[in-house]
Design a protein around this ligand. Structure first.
Ligand code: AG3
Length: 308
């Protein structure tokens, strides 16, 4: 006898050949091939609305807060006085929303290559796209690599790269020339944060190692921190913080962070000042990824021989 569910719609992001994450789909709300990628918005049975780009999960309504809070607040709370922020990618508006919560922030440039992503977010993700209408936000539909090439030296305190996976047209956002431009347009205390895939995934382990070696050479300091994102491959997700001067834990002023977060702490569902420190503590298998590949990461522990 036929299962009553067999005709119901499902969507799977395949992580490997046949392994992945599957969502029950109630309705297809948006499905368009843009100049760059296929943009879909699906109403799921368990995670609310889902945005995919070329079949990859970008966000769901239910767990987007983890990613967007964690890509924005650690660096913003570490910086003494973040005023000018550049977001590369992030066309859904989620990262912008989190950045704009900070009262010190005077101006945010968001550079998204694909205006169809912005359009889909405006139509289907009001909780993210609200941020577009803030007077401190400037939205540029442009190529992030070209934008940073042309930007003035020392003009941003923080750059957040909120990109898709490092494939295809997004690959330039994980390359050496791009990172060098980022370092140039950041101020002396400047920080670059980028999403850096799952440390569980063998393919990305290699690209993470390569990226850390490179960012270490360019910025001097590079650190990984983690968060749990249920709908991304493997569920354990990494972010990379490259910094010219500040150490994310040693230079973290706990009291200042608590004060800065106070006006909106109730609205945050993942990040807080205690979690800030914890997020930089890495499982042993992740620590070991850096033992051979990226000496700058171990810089502050160079005297210790406890790594096993
Ligand atoms: N940007 C990072 C998504 C990476 C997910 N990768 C995947 N599903 N294979 C998300 C954009 C949200 N602002």
């Amino acid at each position: 006898m036929a299962s009553p569910k067999q005709h119901q719609l499902q969507y799977t992001e395949f992580w490997q050949q046949r392994t992945g994450i599957t969502f029950g789909v109630e309705r297809v709300l948006f499905d368009r091939q843009s100049a760059y990628q296929r943009v879909q918005v699906l109403e799921t049975d368990a995670f609310g609305r889902l945005l995919t780009l070329d079949g990859l999960v970008m966000l769901t309504e239910r767990d987007e807060f983890v990613y967007h809070e964690m890509i924005a607040h650690p660096a913003l709370c570490l910086l003494p006085h973040p005023r000018r922020v550049l977001i590369v990618g992030g066309g859904d508006g989620g990262t912008l929303r989190e950045v704009l919560r900070h009262a010190t922030v005077e101006q945010v440039d968001l550079v998204e290559i694909d205006e169809v992503v912005i359009e889909a977010s405006r139509a289907f993700f009001p909780a993210l796209s609200v941020a577009f209408d803030d007077p401190r936000a400037r939205i540029h539909v442009a190529d992030g690599v070209a934008f940073v090439q042309q930007a003035q030296a020392a003009s941003y305190d923080l750059i957040i790269v909120d990109a898709t996976d490092p494939v295809d047209f997004a690959e330039g956002l994980f390359g050496e020339a791009f990172y060098r431009d980022c370092a140039r347009i950041l101020t002396a205390d400047g920080i670059l944060v980028t999403q850096s895939e799952s440390p569980f995934d063998p393919t990305f382990q290699r690209s993470i190692q390569a990226a850390y070696a490179m960012l270490g050479r360019i910025f001097g300091r590079v650190y990984m921190y983690l968060a749990h994102i249920p709908t991304y491959p493997m569920g354990l997700w990494s972010f990379t913080l490259a910094s010219k001067r500040l150490h994310p834990v040693e230079h973290f002023d706990f009291k200042r962070a608590v004060d800065r977060l106070a006006p909106f702490a109730e609205q945050l569902r993942y990040y807080n000042a205690t979690l800030h420190r914890a997020a930089f503590a890495l499982p042993s298998f992740v620590q070991r990824l850096f033992e051979v590949a990226a000496p700058p990461f171990q810089e502050d522990n160079a005297q210790s021989d406890t790594i096993g």
